[in-house]
Design a binder for this molecule. Structure first.
Ligand SMILES: [Zn+2]
Length: 218
């Protein structure tokens, strides 16, 4: 069955499909959407509509509406779920970012954490800074070589506190990434950190930072 007669409209719907959840909950089309390497779509259940968003490094299931007030013979969309397909990021990279930010004081600074899909390795990249002052920073997103993905976009607020400014919101609106801001570098023992997942045009607060100490063999 064609959902749109116009080929352009049909192509749009194909890149962002919407599937009803069967009463039993499972469906091949929904399983396929959850397993796709990169893509997104909605599923609609009796308890609401859920965004299913996949990137090489990210898997997000997030209920974006409540269910219809009317009777709907559908199953449940299930619980929200967030997982990082890339695994946790080595904490040493965040340590290096903090050292870089401290060295840039009193100016703001920025760093990216990239992940390679085939080698499953992370690396740091420091962006070209177009303008840096104690209260303002202009930098461009990284140009990614084949296989690399931007996972974290981190910037400092210098001596100021960590928070997401209106400028940050505008910069992050169309990205899929983890955004982190670190502040209060004038008092290094009392740094402030805020982290959020930018996905689907939303900003989702993360329960914690996505970094993990290496598990050295004892
Ligand atoms: Zn900021």
């Amino acid at each position: 069955m064609m959902l749109a007669a116009d080929p352009t409209a049909a192509a749009v719907l194909e890149t962002f499909p919407c599937y009803p959840v069967p009463p039993a909950g499972r469906a091949p089309a929904i399983d396929a959407l959850r397993e796709v390497r990169a893509g997104q779509g909605f599923i609609v259940g009796r308890d609401g509509m859920m965004l299913i968003l996949r990137r090489a490094w990210l898997a997000l299931d997030y209920r974006v509406t409540d269910g219809p007030e009317c009777y709907a013979p559908y199953g449940s969309v299930g619980p929200d779920a967030l997982s990082f397909r890339c695994g946790n990021i080595p904490a040493v990279l965040f340590t290096q970012v903090l050292e870089h930010f401290a060295a840039a004081m009193p100016n703001e600074a920025a760093a990216f954490i990239l992940w390679h899909e085939q080698t499953r390795t992370f690396r740091l990249e420091f962006p070209e800074i177009d303008a840096a002052t104690p209260s303002r920073l202009v930098y461009r997103p990284p140009i990614l070589a084949e296989g690399w993905h931007l996972v974290c976009d981190i910037h400092s607020h210098g001596a100021g506190p960590a928070f997401f400014s209106a400028t940050d919101d505008a910069d992050d609106a169309y990205s899929t990434k983890i955004a982190i801001v670190v502040g209060n570098f004038a008092t290094p023992d009392n740094l402030t950190v805020k982290a959020r997942l930018c996905a689907g045009g939303m900003f989702l607060t993360l329960p914690g930072l996505p970094f993990e100490e290496a598990s050295d063999a004892a």
